[in-house]
Design a protein around this ligand. Sequence first.
Ligand SMILES: Nc1ncnc2c1ncn2[C@@H]1O[C@H](COP(=O)(O)OP(=O)(O)OP(=O)(O)O)[C@@H](O)[C@H]1O
Length: 285
Amino acid sequence: MSDRFLNLSKVHMNFEKNGTVNPVLRDVNLDVQRGEFISLIGHSGCGKSTVLNIIAGLLRASEGVVLVDNKEVNAPGPDRALVFQNHSLLPWLTVYQNVELAVDKIFRNSKTAAERKDWILHNLEMVNMGHALDRLPSEISGGMKQRVGIARALAMEPKVLLLDEPFGALDALTRAKLQDEVMRIQSELQNTVVMITHDVDEAVLLSDRIVMMTNGPAATIGQILDVDLPRPRDRIAMADDTRYNHYRHEVLSFLYEKQRKVEDFDKHKQQRNSTVASGSTKAHA
Ligand SMILES: Nc1ncnc2c1ncn2[C@@H]1O[C@H](COP(=O)(O)OP(=O)(O)OP(=O)(O)O)[C@@H](O)[C@H]1O
């Protein structure tokens, strides 16, 4: 890991509806290094998906700049692949064809048909889906669909892999298995990854750094935690690791203590302002 590979600088985001401006993000600044695995965590509705969609180029920030490998992001592109919580496979195409569609689009001119075929098979085998090439999405489980979605994203060889709660809809065992696979693939390919999660254990287990967001409206980055745990990480060994539990505690304390305090303070300030405005003497008590 060396350079600043993905950079968000002074990113602000407002959504506007019927003349009312809803400030969602304020002054988000983040540098991600090549090969880093970053998790974004924060309370529901704080703006995590908005950050990810801005990086993906699906949304344009109201202010600020996003750079990937020193190139400004203005639109979606094959250098950023997005995997959603609910797989987005085309239901009428087989597992193989779903990956083929992306591979043909990106490598039509740079790989031969035989090379493309090998590449599709390689990526499906990497996520242990080589045995189900001819199945339709309706014929495989939720975990298998997520695997195909991840294979499709990896097959695009993106500069940045964006994961929006990729394991959120899976049962605990499938989730654990897929997390382990993603860690193995990450150690092999050294992808740069930004992942949204609500799961504190998942964040600590997978990440090099955890980016914790404050509550909205006008959310920003409240704290960044470096997770200095050796890899490969074993989930069972980690359960007894004091550093692992320290990191876990830090994230929980940010989410459930520090953010609560900020919320209480803001509520108190609002109440005080409204009583001052209405001329009540209680505001001075
Ligand atoms: N396209 C949009 N138009 C208007 N408001 C939006 C739009 N997208 C998101 N928002 C608002 O922006 C805020 C942040 O939403 P976002 O989905 O980014 O949060 P989140 O942290 O990812 O939430 P969750 O964890 O529940 O998925 C919310 O108040 C949401 O209603």
